[in-house]
Design a binder for this molecule. Structure first.
Ligand SMILES: O=C(O)C(O)[C@@H](O)[C@H](O)[C@H](O)COP(=O)(O)O
Length: 230
């Protein structure tokens, strides 16, 4: 599948145009199906986009928001993607959106995966807009090249929407959407900033297998739009 590339001169330009495009796709979903779904990634890259989106005119009361992946930590932790989203996206105009929690009280995310799938099933699926990030090791969502659960995460025929993963090269157990749940989404974006990540992506697409660099699994299976700025 081809990777559509939207390259911007600055992160500010990217945020403005990307937020407007997300607004348009969510409005389409609401017009056609009554509600729309927005799946976001955590990490540092989306922070300025969250701020722009939170002030964008969208019928937020008709939007369900959740996470592509979560670190299995308390919401009070700085590493919590839930906290990041609640403090930076679900504020201002976007505070009217409904947030579907990925994290729950179980100590081990493995014991929480089926209940998490059931909460996500309340959202309009396939997801209208899904935004991925990527690590410099080629992981996306919490599908890490090093994790034992990668085969399960990439399997297209096991009927799973999310699984627990345990990276060995990054902290925290995770909950992650699986490849089939990601690639079923209506509009899939890969949001990257900086030359280094663009180089990692180019090298991965040219030279790596899906298990070596899981971002390749997504690009091979779906139409993905890269949103990149320096
Ligand atoms: O919770 C997470 O860790 C993610 O959702 C993860 O997949 C992230 O998108 C990449 O690790 C990039 O992270 P940065 O944006 O911080 O570089």
């Amino acid at each position: 599948m081809p990777l559509t590339q939207s390259l911007y001169e600055s992160a500010e330009a990217l945020n403005e145009e990307f937020a407007a495009e997300i607004a348009e796709k969510l409005a389409e979903g609401i017009a056609q199906r009554g509600r729309a779904s927005l799946m976001v990634s955590g990490g540092r890259t989306p922070l300025p986009l969250f701020k722009t989106l939170s002030e964008t005119d969208i019928d937020w009361a008709s939007v369900d928001v959740s996470l592509v992946d979560e670190r299995w930590v308390e919401e009070s932790s700085d590493a919590s993607n839930t906290r990041l989203v609640k403090e930076n996206l679900l504020v201002g105009k976007a505070s009217a959106a409904r947030f579907i929690e990925i994290k729950s009280a179980e100590a081990d995310a493995t014991d929480a995966a089926l209940a998490c799938e059931s909460r996500l099933s309340a959202m309009s699926q396939p997801f209208d807009v899904l935004i991925l990030g990527m690590g410099e090791d080629g992981h996306t969502a919490s599908l890490f090249p090093c994790c034992e659960q990668l085969e399960d995460g990439l399997a297209m025929n096991r009927g799973r929407v999310c699984i627990a993963t345990q990276p060995t090269t990054a902290p925290h157990q995770r909950m992650s959407l699986t490849l089939p749940a990601i690639v079923a989404s209506r509009n899939i974006y890969l949001h990257l900033t900086g030359d280094k990540k663009r180089q990692v992506l180019e090298d991965a697409v040219a030279n790596a297998t899906a298990t070596e660099k899981p971002i390749v699994a997504v690009i091979n299976a779906a139409q993905v739009t890269l949103k990149w700025a320096p």
